[in-house]
Design a protein around this ligand. Sequence first.
Ligand code: HEC
Length: 150
Amino acid sequence: MPRTFFLVIFAALALSGCGEPEDTRPGQPVAHRKQAFKDIFDVFDSMGAMLKKDSYDAATFKALAQQLAARRNAPWNYFAADTLYPPSHARAEIWSEPAKFDEDKKDFLAATDRLIAAAGGQDRRAIEAAFGKVKDSCEACHKAFKKRSD
Ligand code: HEC
């Protein structure tokens, strides 16, 4: 097999991640919302690591919470009509039960409000509880509206 063939395949894999099809639609709504969720995950994961490793530092945690605040609104506008196609892992219920999806989104925003307000304080227990509530809100929405495959 010619060497260039492999190069093309690996380049495609690197672009789309995990061998999933690339989002070739105009504006790439699926790719954008996936990236937006990854960005939320990255900062949320850093906050979780701090709590777990017992390396809580109020100023750093607060800065992370501000990044979470800056990123939390990014995915939602990319859930336009007719944007359920590979490589999306979204469920059709987002579009058939929009009120419930909206409610889960509001729960998430309210939970992050409380975490952002608690961040920077010294009450570790309150911060851990607020962090846990945000995590619950991610999971509640994923359970209803995201395929379990990932
Ligand atoms: C209101 C619903 C909702 C909330 C809240 C939510 N998510 Fe998601 N998330 C989704 C949906 C739907 C997808 C699938 C998007 C797609 O593939 O089109 C997703 C996908 C993801 C992905 C996979 C991205 C990829 O590369 O495919 C990650 C990671 C993720 N979410 C993390 C989080 C984290 C962390 C939180 C909470 C801090 C969170 N989500 C909150 C609905 C939600």
